[in-house]
Ligand binder design. Structure first.
Ligand SMILES: [Zn+2]
Length: 157
């Protein structure tokens, strides 16, 4: 029997406002050709809705501290801790994160899969082609035997 490997599964709904989508796109374009990253914050009391959806109430833009920032991302653990601490005081929590793929599609990469450490976080991946954010995919993490991947695609016009 194979070990259960975490993989991504389609998320029915991530409630992001048009403004948040624009802000994330603009940030990913600004950080291009490096991978941009940031945190998606939700209300601590809010669970998933009946479709498995969650509402993003705040987006926090973080520095990519990876030593290979054009192909990987790392969020500074000190920033993560600070955001978690601040969130507790405001009744918020980290519900997911985003990062960009410079000149790559918005599919979760092998690197991404290897990085999964929290099964509750939502992953948002932005494809930035020639400096322009073109597409976002949203994933939730799902443990499965075969590691299959499904995705919800949101096109940025
Ligand atoms: Zn990635």
């Amino acid at each position: 029997m194979k070990n259960l490997k975490p993989s991504f599964l389609k998320l029915s709904l991530l409630k992001l406002s048009g403004r948040q989508i624009s802000q994330i796109s603009a940030y990913c374009e600004k950080i291009y050709p490096e991978e941009a990253c940031g945190l998606l914050i939700g209300a601590a009391g809010e669970g998933k809705d009946h479709l498995g959806g969650r509402t993003v109430c705040e987006v926090i833009f973080t520095k990519n501290i990876s030593d290979q920032p054009t192909i990987r991302f790392d969020i500074d653990p000190a920033v993560l801790l600070a955001v978690m601490k601040d969130g507790r005081m405001k009744g918020q929590k980290i519900i997911g994160h985003f990062h960009s793929h410079p000149d790559q599609n918005a599919e979760a990469s092998e690197n991404d899969r290897a990085m999964i450490s929290d099964g509750n976080l939502i992953w948002l991946i932005v494809s930035v082609m020639r400096g322009r954010a073109e597409r976002m995919n949203i994933y939730s993490v799902h443990k499965s035997l075969d590691g299959f991947t499904l995705k919800q695609t949101l096109e940025l016009l």
